[in-house]
Design a protein around this ligand. Structure first.
Ligand code: FAD
Ligand code: SF4
Length: 328
């Protein structure tokens, strides 16, 4: 066992002081980080427990919700306003992990959980640019059924594993951050990076920067939203592909739409091209298929994951079809 120090932050200022400089690592529910420590993928010298920070879900003046970073995944999925106004978020959370893990996992930790690429976890001989920069990527020529088809690079083809994040990408959420240089906010879709030539860096967070909250904007039509996850087993499995979507109809035409895709890229993928294709057009299966193909035009499948193109297409058609039925 690699020795480490554990400290518990009483408030945000405390956490920032203890986490300053980036040598310490924040600890949420520990459901990902502790696994990474057991596998010696992560070897933090100090853990700063941030589960004592904000864990409330509050209405914003603008009509949205402000969700503290220490809110547990279960509490968020069960919150009445989330279930009724943003069902896509509740369903995405409930599609992930197990009840026990969701009881422990925090919002901040869910956002920053690391990829499930098996070569990333295999410290006994696999080459992985994300774990050990510059060593290579065994997934490129290896078993890459679960890997990315969009936005990947020759350095890394990993996918982001979170279900919740796919819903947050679709909902235009905002992330609240606090670091040595003060507080800032950013669109959720800007938080995670594509791998490019530095796959070891998952996000644009600065060293020691803390996620303090996630904000959902008011989005009236998000009440007609849902999440569908396609996976190898009915539970305890990460998404092969997933779709988060919200739909607003005006008669039989699409007035507005939001789409997030999971299991396809290094970050939760906002399907802006598909959305643009659909807005002000007919809500038909043909239009849904054309939108999926527009989004996937730049896809680069690997040896084992070409099936994801058809799987994303069919899942998107099914989800939008269901929402069109519910919105009509
Ligand atoms: C068996 C198993 C199955 C799973 N299946 C799924 C699944 O199907 N779908 C899914 O989405 N997830 C799944 N998960 C992953 C699970 O959702 C994550 O482990 C969990 O969300 C991480 O939250 P946590 O609070 O435990 O984070 P931790 O493990 O404590 O931390 C994760 C990362 O976040 C950082 N961090 C935590 N809080 C903050 C903060 N406030 N500011 C800055 N950094 C912070 C930590 O430093 C660490 O790098 C599964 C996990 C397991 C073990
Ligand atoms: S895909 Fe990324 S995480 Fe997986 S082995 Fe390659 S570099 Fe590592």
């Amino acid at each position: 066992m690699t020795p480490f120090t554990y400290v518990r932050a009483g408030n945000t200022a405390d956490a920032l002081r203890l986490g300053a400089g980036g040598a310490a690592v924040y600890l949420g529910g520990g459901t990902n980080l502790v696994d990474l420590m057991r596998e010696t993928v992560a070897r933090p010298g100090t853990l700063v427990d941030v589960t004592g920070l904000s864990n409330t879900i509050d209405e914003t003046d603008g009509g949205g919700l402000l969700i503290g970073a220490a809110v547990r995944n279960t509490a968020l999925a069960e919150h009445r306003a989330v279930r009724t106004r943003y069902p896509v978020l509740a369903r995405a959370i409930l599609a992930g992990a197990s009840a026990q893990i969701r009881n422990m996992a925090t919002v901040g930790g869910n956002l920053l959980q690391r990829t499930r690429c098996s070569y990333f976890y295999d410290t006994d001989g696999s080459r992985c640019n994300k774990r050990a920069p510059g060593t290579g990527c065994d997934a490129l020529q290896g078993i890459n059924r679960n890997h990315a088809i969009l936005g990947a690079s020759a350095m890394c083809v990993a996918t982001h594993p979170s279900d919740m994040c796919v819903a947050l990408a679709a909902l235009d959420a905002t992330v609240h951050l606090q670091g040595g240089r003060g507080a800032r906010t950013m669109p959720f879709t800007d938080l995670h990076r594509l791998p490019v030539d530095h796959p070891e860096i998952d996000t644009v967070l600065e060293p020691g920067e803390l996620i303090t909250a996630v904000e959902l904007p008011p989005l009236e039509f998000a009440k007609t939203s849902t999440y569908r996850k396609v996976r190898d087993r009915a539970s305890y499995a990460f998404a092969l592909v997933s779709v988060a979507a919200a739909l607003k109809l005006d008669g039989d035409r699409i007035e507005d739409v939001r789409i997030g895709l999971g299991g396809v890229a290094h970050k939760p993928w906002r399907a802006s091209k598909a959305e643009a294709h659909l807005r002000h057009g007919p809500a038909t299966e043909q239009a849904f298929r054309a939108a999926a193909l527009a989004e996937l035009a730049d896809a680069h499948p690997l040896r084992d994951n070409g099936f994801k193109i058809e799987l994303v297409t069919r899942t998107l058609i099914a989800v939008l079809g269901d929402l069109a039925g519910a919105a009509a």
